[in-house]
Design a protein around this ligand. Structure first.
Ligand SMILES: N[C@@H](CCC(=O)N[C@@H](CS)C(=O)NCC(=O)O)C(=O)O
Length: 219
């Protein structure tokens, strides 16, 4: 099953409540590499330095992939790119043509959802109350809502599974886990039935069931 370039064993600096770290682990499950990766939980926050993570990633963020005898890899996009080269199954990051651009665009939206959700959390629960800025919170809520609407219109549920789907499912799952403005119901009150149905189908996959979110942020 393994490609010639694989460097085993691999260790993943992970966080049980990170959408980005879970994206990598779900990806690993989907391509059959999960058993080759040791997963190590780390708490990270820009207000609480984690030296072990900083030693591998100067941004101080997880996920980071450690490979025997090779440099560490980050961020989640790069790690997924790497993992996709070390299995011999169907590539989840199409190598060329429109399927590639569609998969990467979906991944970009998913990353943006997680980023907007995280920024919203700073303006609602993470920053001390006196430092929160309501217009910024509302601006991030707009990004979430507009992106959910876009996905409801544009998500092509007939496309073969790709990295964009993995990124989207893990981002949506995390947004619900953190009780952020939700994707199931639009601002006008109508249900985003297509996105919801797609998510529920994906969330039932063994890769998602094997990687539940848990834990609190430590700032
Ligand atoms: N673009 C990065 C984002 C990673 C990220 O923001 N990770 C969070 C955990 S959810 C983190 O470690 N944050 C600590 C910090 O910002 O200092 C990726 O896709 O991997």
């Amino acid at each position: 099953m393994r490609g010639a370039l694989a460097i085993f064993p691999m260790k993943l600096l992970y966080q049980t409540h990170s959408p980005y770290a879970r994206k990598v682990l779900v990806f690993a499950h989907e391509v059959g590499l999960a058993r080759d990766i040791e997963v190590v939980h780390h708490e990270t926050s820009p207000t609480r330095r984690n030296e072990e993570v900083y030693a591998q990633n100067p941004l101080g963020k997880v996920p980071v992939l450690l490979r025997a005898g090779a440099p560490s890899l980050f961020d989640s996009n790069v790690i997924c790119e790497y993992l996709d080269t070390v299995h011999s199954g169907r590539r989840l990051i199409p190598r060329e043509g429109e399927p590639r651009w569609q998969a990467l665009r979906l991944q970009a939206i998913a990353q943006g959802l997680a980023e907007a959700g995280s920024a919203y959390r700073w303006e609602t629960v993470r920053r001390p109350a006196e430092l929160r800025y309501v217009p910024l919170r509302d601006g991030y809520a707009d990004k979430l809502s507009a992106s959910y609407d876009w996905l409801e219109r544009n998500l092509d549920d007939s496309t073969e599974l790709n990295v964009g789907h993995v990124a989207l499912a893990t981002a949506l799952s995390w947004l619900e886990f953190r009780e952020l403005p939700g994707f199931r119901v639009a601002r006008g009150g109508g249900r985003r039935a297509r996105l919801t149905s797609w998510f529920e189908t994906f969330a039932a996959r063994p890769s998602m069931q094997a990687t539940p979110l848990s834990g609190q942020t430590h700032d």
